[in-house]
Write a protein that binds this ligand. Structure first.
Ligand code: BG6
Ligand code: MG
Length: 223
């Protein structure tokens, strides 16, 4: 049976721009304020995870998850977000990862749809600051998503909003949980980054520089 490609669905942080690094720095700062230091290896487990779920994981790491009320946890999450917003305040189109805009243009020229499935409540603001919002037919509002990646919810919402069938979509992710979410949604998964972390994706590219619609389509059709 011939496979039909309808849409490409992007994660944001770590795929379109390097904000994954800023999320790391902001959480690390909060962690240090709480006496819970952590390294990049632990940070891998936070990638793609919602703000509140990330906080829970950090508190759990420090054995402190029973010390705070829900209200206090919301305050801590807000504090992290302030650190994060401070770090991203000067973002411009120069912060797009290499090859991303060329790839977005290729998708548009091929008349395919483009949607965004980010867990970040800052996604719209970041897409605007990067000057790429106009490429997207839809950007899921993370506040409407109940279940964090690896649950497929955000990818299914991203596809439904543009009337694309999940099996006709390619999802692109830099996080292990995100690749799982794409696969549970029944989509073709492209991982960007380390093969040791993302080896469960259909294909793994080292960097966004390798994103090319023609070669991606042939991988998609043959897999
Ligand atoms: C994801 C990031 O895209 O968004 C996570 O990979 C982040 O690191 C999550 O925690 C939530 O982002 P925000 O901006 O809503 O705190
Ligand atoms: Mg990401």
């Amino acid at each position: 049976m011939l496979k039909k490609l309808e849409a490409i669905i992007f994660d944001l942080d770590g795929v379109i721009t390097d904000t994954a690094e800023y999320h790391f720095l902001a959480w690390k700062k909060l962690g240090e304020e709480l006496g819970i230091p952590f390294d990049r290896e632990f940070n891998e487990t936070l990638k793609g995870i919602s703000r509140m779920d990330s906080l829970e994981r950090i508190l759990e790491l420090g054995n402190r998850n029973n010390e705070f009320t829900t209200e206090q946890k919301l305050e801590l999450a807000e504090r992290k977000n302030k650190h994060y917003v401070e770090l991203i305040k000067d973002i411009t189109p120069a912060n797009l990862l290499p090859g991303v805009e060329k790839f977005l243009q290729q998708i548009k020229q091929a008349n395919l749809k483009i949607s965004m499935a980010s867990a970040s409540k800052n996604a719209l603001m970041v897409a605007e600051a990067l000057g790429v919002k106009h490429y997207f037919d839809h950007i899921v509002n993370a506040a409407t998503v109940t279940n964090s990646k690896p649950d497929p919810e955000v990818f299914l919402k991203a596809a439904a909003a543009i009337n694309a069938k999940p099996e006709n979509c390619i999802g692109i992710e830099d996080a292990a949980a995100g690749v799982n979410a794409i696969q549970s949604a029944g989509m073709f998964a492209v991982g960007i980054g380390d093969r040791n972390v993302l080896g469960h994706a259909h294909i793994v590219l080292k960097s966004t520089e390798e994103l090319d619609l023609k070669s991606l389509c042939s991988e998609y059709v043959n897999n």
